[in-house]
Design a protein around this ligand. Structure first.
Ligand code: NAD
Length: 490
C-alpha cells in the first residue's frame, strides 16, 4: 500500500472526474472514449477519465473564438483582467494540497519537487497580475511622420498544449500571461495528466472569469491536431518533445499561425578544475536528475576536467548514492519511479545502448531491486562517455547521466555546444569571472554560474532545437501580444 494512496472519488469533484470545461460550463463529453490513468508506483488503474473528441475540441474553439470576437474581454483594461487573475490565485491557494497530491498520483513526482513547485501556480497569476500597471501595453512615440501610439494587443485565441511531467506550472506559466494579455484559450493537457487543468478550470469558474475565455479539453495527438490546424486558432503555445514541436511548427507555418515552442534538452553542467565540488553537489538533486530526470532542464551531461576526474566522479557518485529511492509519497525520497510504462522501456533501452556504445556504468543500470511493481529505474551514471555517443546526444528523459572528460575550458565549451539542443546548463568555478566567461560562450537560453535556479520572473526557453520564443518574465507576456502602430495627427 502506497503511503499516500490517492482516492479520486473522495478527493476530486464530479466535474473534474467526468466533464470538460467549455464556454463557462461543465459539459459531458460528446464521445465515449476514455483515458486510463495508471499509477507509476503500483502499475494499477488510478481512475479513468473521458477523452476529448473532435466535437468537444470544436466546441471549445468555437467558445474561445466567440469570447475573443464578441465579448469585451480583449478590450478590458489589463487591470480589470488582473482582478480576475488575483481571484484565480486565491482559488489555487485553497487547492494547493489537492494539486500536490494530484501531481504525485498521476506521474509519481517526489515530494521535495512537489513542495518546491506547486505554489508557483498561484504565484505566476499574482506575478502577471502585478504587471497590469507596469507593462507598456500602450506607449506614445514621436515618429518621422508625426505621433504614433504603439499598442500591444492580445494575439487572439491561443492553444495551450501541455506535457505530462510538470502539468500544473507549465500550464499556469502560459495561462497567466495569456489572460493578462486579453487572449482567450483552449487548453489541451496530455492524456496522462488531465486533472491539473480541470482543477484550474474550477478556479477560473469560481473567480467568475467570463464564459469562453478559458476552456479545457484533455485529448490525445489526433484531437490535438484538430486544435493546431484550426484557422480560428491564432497562436499555439506548445511545451513537449522536439519531434512533436517540429510537426506543430510545420502545421502553424502552413497557415502563418503564431507559434512558440518549449522543447527538449541535453544540457551540460561544467565543473572547472578549480570548482568546489561540495558547492556543486548541493545543487545536484535539482540539477542532474530532478524528478527522475524527467525535466527539460536536467543537466544530463556532466563535464569534468581530466585532471580531477576521479575526485569529482567519486563525489558525484557518493551524492547520488545518498539519495533515497522509492515511493514518491515518502517525503524523504528524492528519486521515485519514472512516470509511464513506455518511458521506463525507453530509459532501459538507452541504458542498454550506452553499454553497447562502450560507456561504463558506474552506478545503477537497471530496474530498482526490491520493487516488484512500479516503473522504478535506478539512478544511473555512465562514465567514459564520448560526446558523439547517442546517450550523450539524445534526450533520454530518465535518471541517466553521462560523465564526459575534457582538457581545457575551450574543449569544455566545444563539447557543451556540440549538441542539437540549447536549453539549459551550468558552470562551477572558484573564479566567478571564469565561470561567467564560459557561460557567455554556451549556446543555451538558460544557465547558472555557481548556482542553479528556475525562476518564473526570468525568461526561459531554448536555442537551437530546444525551442522558439520565451516563456516567463515580461518576455512570456510578449509571446501573447501583437504590436500595432497607430499614427495620429501631429
Ligand atoms: P509530447 O511531445 O509527446 O507531448 C506534449 C503534449 O503535446 C501532449 O499534450 C501531447 O498530447 C501533445 N501533442 C503531441 N503531438 C501533438 C500534435 N500533433 N498536435 C497537438 N498536440 C500534440 O511530449 P511529452 O512526452 O508529453 O513531454 C516530454 C517532453 O517535453 C520532453 O522532450 C521534454 O524535454 C519536453 N519539455 C520541455 C519543457 C521546456 O520548457 N522546454 C518543459 C517540460 C517538458
Amino acid at each position: 500500500m502506497s503511503l499516500g494512496a490517492f482516492n479520486p472519488t473522495s478527493e476530486l469533484s464530479e466535474n473534474v472526474r467526468t466533464r470538460f470545461y467549455i464556454d463557462g460550463v461543465w459539459r459531458s463529453p460528446a464521445g465515449s472514449e476514455r483515458f486510463d490513468l495508471i499509477s507509476p508506483m503500483t502499475e494499477e488503474l488510478t481512475m479513468s477519465v473521458p477523452a476529448g473528441s473532435e466535437a468537444d475540441m470544436n466546441a471549445a474553439i468555437t467558445a474561445a473564438r466567440r469570447a475573443f470576437d464578441k465579448s469585451d474581454w480583449p478590450h478590458l483594461p489589463p487591470s480589470e483582467r488582473a482582478r480576475y487573475m488575483l481571484r484565480i490565485a486565491e482559488e489555487l491557494d485553497k487547492r494547493t494540497a489537492l494539486l500536490k497530491r494530484v501531481w504525485t498520483a498521476q506521474v509519481g513526482a517526489p515530494q521535495f519537487f512537489v513542495e518546491l513547485s506547486t505554489s508557483m501556480a498561484a504565484e505566476q497569476f499574482r506575478y502577471y497580475a502585478g504587471m497590469a500597471e507596469s507593462y507598456p501595453f500602450e506607449e506614445e512615440r514621436e515618429a518621422l511622420q508625426g505621433r504614433v501610439n504603439i499598442l500591444r494587443e492580445p494575439v487572439g485565441v491561443s492553444a495551450l498544449i501541455i506535457p505530462w511531467n510538470t502539468p500544473l506550472v507549465l500550464l499556469t506559466g502560459k495561462a497567466a500571461p495569456a489572460m493578462l494579455a486579453g487572449c482567450t484559450m483552449v487548453v489541451k493537457p496530455s492524456p496522462e495528466t488531465p486533472l491539473d487543468a480541470l482543477i484550474l478550470a474550477e478556479c477560473v469558474a469560481a473567480a467568475g472569469v467570463p464564459a469562453g475565455v478559458f476552456n479545457v479539453v484533455p485529448a490525445g495527438r489526433e484531437v490535438g491536431n484538430t486544435l493546431i490546424s484550426d484557422p480560428r486558432v491564432d497562436k499555439v503555445s506548445f511545451t513537449g518533445s522536439t519531434d512533436a514541436g517540429r510537426h506543430i511548427a510545420k502545421v502553424c507555418a502552413d497557415r502563418i499561425a503564431r507559434v512558440s515552442l518549449e522543447l527538449g534538452g541535453k544540457s551540460a553542467s561544467i565543473l572547472c578544475d578549480d570548482a568546489d565540488i561540495d558547492s556543486w553537489t548541493q545543487h545536484v538533486a535539482l540539477l542532474t536528475m530532478p524528478f527522475s530526470g524527467q525535466i527539460c532542464f536536467s543537466q544530463t551531461r556532466v563535464l569534468v576536467p581530466e585532471s580531477r576526474h576521479d575526485q569529482f566522479l567519486d563525489a558525484y557518485v557518493a551524492k547520488i548514492e545518498s539519495f533515497k529511492v522509492g515511493d514518491p509519497w515518502d517525503p524523504e525520497v528524492l528519486v521515485g519511479p519514472v512516470s509511464i510504462a513506455r518511458q521506463r522501456e525507453r530509459v532501459l533501452d538507452y541504458i542498454a545502448l550506452g553499454r553497447a556504445e562502450g560507456a561504463k556504468v558506474v552506478i545503477g543500470g537497471g530496474k530498482v531491486p526490491g520493487f516488484n511493481r512500479g516503473y522504478y529505474v535506478e539512478p544511473t551514471i555512465f562514465d567514459g562517455v564520448d560526446n558523439s555517443m547517442r546517450i550523450a546526444r539524445e534526450e533520454i528523459f530518465g535518471p541517466v547521466v553521462s560523465v564526459i572528460s575534457y582538457r581545457s575550458d575551450e574543449e569544455a565549451i566545444a563539447i557543451a555546444n556540440d549538441s542539437d539542443y540549447g536549453l539549459s546548463g551550468s558552470v562551477f568555478s572558484a573564479d566567478l569571472e571564469r565561470g561567467k566567461r564560459i557561460a557567455r560562450h554556451i549556446r543555451t537560453g538558460h544557465i547558472g554560474v555557481n548556482t542553479f535556479a528556475v525562476d518564473y520572473t526570468a525568461p526561459f526557453g531554448g536555442y537551437k532545437k530546444s525551442g522558439l520564443g520565451r516563456e516567463a518574465g515580461p518576455e512570456g507576456l510578449a509571446g501573447f501580444l501583437e504590436t500595432k502602430s497607430m499614427f495620429l495627427p501631429a
